[in-house]
Design a protein around this ligand. Structure first.
Ligand code: G3P
Ligand code: MG
Length: 257
């Protein structure tokens, strides 16, 4: 997909599956997001120590899994230190609420199959364990290309990490990429263009008429995270934003906006 081709994605994107209404980055979250009418999702993907891509936001297991109880106090907190066999034993739902107790960490492949079977769109945020940036970009892109090989619309790969996006570009140049920004650091636009990106995905406070014009004039689509109130959403849509990543799947209804 080139930056000039029609944008195949949806305006409303459920952050980590269902925002904060379900344990983030789990299949249960995706199902809940879908029950609220969402048809496009964002999730965070990193690698186990044996190279299996799976969903988790943090570098460590502490906040969103049962690692301390299941693996004992002496376990390494770093998620990427553990094999998939070990990670698959963890409870990634109890931290959120009792209703989700026992919800497992999902493999990227299981989430991909859920999205493909239901014709949902996916924004895959490559979230590498520090030190594994290039390897993660490479492996996630290869798996995404394999899983979506017969799909009409490929997933949108994104990352804050430039080496991860470079590796994804080298591995699977045809998969669309977006550069995530939490600041407008010097050279952001040139870097996005060098990486062959089709989109810039900014913290919502960074979008104004100047940054929007710069991105659009360069042929890039514009998205924003994490937009959780109506005033901000209306401001961004007024600027011409193409996509909104939100936690508030209970507040924003994609069908009516
Ligand atoms: O991909 C958009 C957004 O998820 C980026 O921030 O920290 O929620 O992964 P974070
Ligand atoms: Mg994310």
């Amino acid at each position: 997909m080139s930056a000039t081709q029609p944008w195949p994605y949806l305006r409303w994107i459920a952050h980590r599956g269902a925002g904060k209404l379900a344990p983030e980055n789990t299949l249960a979250a995706f199902r809940l997001g879908a029950s609220h009418g969402y048809r496009m999702f964002e999730c965070d993907v990193k690698l186990s120590s044996d190279g299996v891509p799976f969903l988790l936001h943090d570098d460590t297991l502490t906040r969103t899994t049962s690692a301390r109880d299941t693996l004992g106090a002496k376990h390494s907190a770093t998620a990427g230190d553990h094999s998939w066999g070990t990670l698959a034993r963890l409870d990634a739902g109890s931290w959120h609420s009792r209703a989700f107790a026992g919800e497992p960490l999902p493999t990227f492949e299981s989430i991909a199959r859920y999205c493909l079977r239901n014709s949902y769109f996916l924004n895959i945020e490559i979230k590498p364990t520090p030190g594994l940036e290039r390897e993660t970009g490479d492996v996630v892109a290869r798996h995404a290309a394999r899983l979506w090989q017969n799909a009409a619309v490929p997933p949108l790969l994104s990352s804050f990490d430039v080496p991860a996006l470079e590796a994804a570009q080298m591995a699977q140049p045809e998969l669309p990429r977006g550069l995530l920004l939490d600041t407008l650091w010097p050279g952001w636009l040139e870097t996005a263009l060098r990486l062959g990106c089709v989109a810039i995905i900014c913290d919502h406070g960074l979008w104004n008429s100047s940054s929007m014009t710069q991105a659009k004039s360069a042929g890039l689509r514009t998205l924003s995270y994490t937009v959780n109130d109506e005033v901000t959403a209306r401001r961004l849509l007024g600027l011409g934003l193409d996509g909104i990543i939100t936690d508030r799947i209970d507040w924003f209804s994609p069908a009516s906006l």
